[in-house]
Design a binder for this molecule. Sequence first.
Ligand SMILES: Cc1cc2nc3c(=O)[nH]c(=O)nc-3n(C[C@H](O)[C@H](O)[C@H](O)COP(=O)(O)OP(=O)(O)OC[C@H]3O[C@@H](n4cnc5c(N)ncnc54)[C@H](O)[C@@H]3O)c2cc1C
Ligand SMILES: *[C@@H]1O[C@H](CO)[C@@H](O)[C@H](O)[C@H]1NC(C)=O
Ligand SMILES: *[C@@H]1O[C@H](CO)[C@@H](O)[C@H](O)[C@H]1NC(C)=O
Ligand SMILES: *[C@@H]1O[C@H](CO)[C@@H](O)[C@H](O)[C@H]1NC(C)=O
Ligand SMILES: *[C@@H]1O[C@H](CO)[C@@H](O)[C@H](O)[C@H]1NC(C)=O
Ligand SMILES: *[C@@H]1O[C@H](CO)[C@@H](O)[C@H](O)[C@H]1NC(C)=O
Ligand SMILES: *[C@@H]1O[C@H](CO)[C@@H](O)[C@H](O)[C@H]1NC(C)=O
Length: 533
Amino acid sequence: MRIQTLYSVLNLIVLVNFLLIFRADQSLSSNTNTKSDFLDCLIRNSDDPDSISRVIYTPNNSSYTSVLQFSINNLRFNSPATPKPRFILTPDDESQIQTLIYCAKKHGLEIRTRSGGHDFEGLSYVSQLPFVILDLINLKSVTVDAQTATAWVQAGATLGELYYEIAQKRRNLGFPGGIWYALGLGGHVSGGGYGSMRRKYGLAADNVIDARLINVHGKILDRKSMGEDLFWAIRGGGGSSFGIILSWKIKLVPVPDVVTVFSVDRTLEQNLTKIIHKWQYVAPTIDKDLDVRVLMFSIVNPSTGNRTIRATFESLFLGGIDRLLVLMHTEFPELGLTREDCTEMSWIESVVIGSSFTNGEPLEILLNRTAMPKNSFKGKSDFATNPISENGFEGIWEFYNDKIEAGMSLLVLTPYGGKMDEIPESAIPFPHRLGSLYMIEYLVVWDGNETSPHISWIRSLYGYMTAYVSRSPRRAYLNYNDLDLGIGKTYAEASDSWGSSYFKNNFNRLVKVKTMVDPGNFFKHEQSIPTRF
Ligand SMILES: Cc1cc2nc3c(=O)[nH]c(=O)nc-3n(C[C@H](O)[C@H](O)[C@H](O)COP(=O)(O)OP(=O)(O)OC[C@H]3O[C@@H](n4cnc5c(N)ncnc54)[C@H](O)[C@@H]3O)c2cc1C
Ligand SMILES: *[C@@H]1O[C@H](CO)[C@@H](O)[C@H](O)[C@H]1NC(C)=O
Ligand SMILES: *[C@@H]1O[C@H](CO)[C@@H](O)[C@H](O)[C@H]1NC(C)=O
Ligand SMILES: *[C@@H]1O[C@H](CO)[C@@H](O)[C@H](O)[C@H]1NC(C)=O
Ligand SMILES: *[C@@H]1O[C@H](CO)[C@@H](O)[C@H](O)[C@H]1NC(C)=O
Ligand SMILES: *[C@@H]1O[C@H](CO)[C@@H](O)[C@H](O)[C@H]1NC(C)=O
Ligand SMILES: *[C@@H]1O[C@H](CO)[C@@H](O)[C@H](O)[C@H]1NC(C)=O
């Protein structure tokens, strides 16, 4: 008995030693030779070595920096101190991604997948661990089938490219995706994706009918072969926890020949507080054809020389001016909308305006990914479940007396209701439905690298708002991801912080799917869905 025990203990020691040596060996070899080994691996495991070597960038390649920076949309993550990828792969063929997954696993590199590069926290192109960027910029085809009102669109395409292509095919079709034209389909749709038609048609992710994805084993799956659980998870749960999304099949929606847009400014001197207070009751309940969102800035009033708040009431109406004016005069006379404030146009022209281009700009501007300037920013989000009192708003205005920070900050109120309320909370992972009156986006934007005062400012405003917004959990929008909500990696940590904020009760199902499809947690980042056994 004793001898046997001793024997097995010895055995165990030998085994443990062997494992330690073996592991040390492995990590040693991957540390010293990762670079050339990894490149060798890609070349050796590729069907077409010449093609893959044309789309690999190391810091030695002269275009490495321009490829890296092209889709960095938050300059906060473009400083010399920002960790840089060991490699960037810009595949022009799906099989190259399969090779990448195989070699990244083999050589212990993390993959960060980038489509449009608009991630609020730079997660698609920054990691603290050795990593490679999979940049889908070359996989951006859009195939519209006007007959069936559907389209297949590759993840690397932008919304602008999609909208443009739809409008080329048929004037009466559109898609209820985001407002900002340069967003990538990969990140945007997998995180939900709202735009000006959400009150009529829901989110981008609500209108996905099929998808193609590469899983951790390098297998290409479609809706049928991935199964309904995984197909559910990638429509609002964030693609980056589950695999690489290659393309979406989306349902296009009817848009009228003529839509109407307006953009009306009101300042505190023009009774803004009262108007906004009323807006909360009207915007989420009014006709589904109408979206009126509010963008609030702090400005110096040119006529008084004093600082004030200016709110822009920005609208898309799926119909003509006459019907819009009747609606507004009946339900929201406080805004004082006039015929002169309104412009009729086609839906695709309204898309151009929505991205802050001027009316009459050629539609091709939607294809130019670099047409708008970039800056550094920090964003946060909230959901209002009850109207905020006039007093509550007056407290917000006080934050804008802090001139330096306030001049560069923006608050956007986006009303829900309509179709958003009709879709059950568990239909897709995005849970902010019935009971969410509107979403609040906080944004602070700056040019230089003096990050901390701006971030402190937005955090203190967010602190003030605690009393006025959703609680238990305080909710947040995944596509406005915010590492202030926590970077908990275990199930319990995540569930108590960002997990329930982004997903409410859908978090548990996401964890189940994650555990099923990626038990080794290969696809991960600071707020990726954890596994649980
Ligand atoms: C200026 C600006 C305007 C915005 N306007 C809106 C708006 O109107 N409506 C709205 O809903 N949101 C809006 N957003 C938020 C936007 O939807 C998200 O930032 C979205 O994630 C961007 O997608 P992307 O592909 O451009 O970003 P990326 O940074 O490329 O990706 C974002 C996340 O998705 C992952 N990902 C990207 N592609 C894939 C893929 N193919 N497979 C798996 N994972 C992938 C990334 O790894 C990362 O985690 C805006 C953001 C900005 C900066
Ligand atoms: C970048 O450098 C690597 C290694 O020298 C080479 O294999 C690859 O072809 C280069 N990539 C491009 C796009 O030139
Ligand atoms: C990059 O260049 C350096 C110096 O020329 C060289 O030593 C190194 O092997 C190169 N790395 C790769 C991955 O090509
Ligand atoms: C603001 O409201 C007051 C009282 O409701 C009204 O008398 C005044 O005309 C309004 N001012 C503007 C600029 O609309
Ligand atoms: C501007 O602000 C100052 C200080 O708060 C105030 O005294 C003054 O009346 C304001 N001017 C106008 C035109 O409102
Ligand atoms: C895209 O827009 C930028 C900024 O206005 C401009 O410099 C560039 O030439 C445009 N690119 C194309 C292809 O039109
Ligand atoms: C900030 O920018 C200034 C001027 O461009 C530069 O000198 C400084 O080193 C930068 N600081 C950081 C922390 O990057």
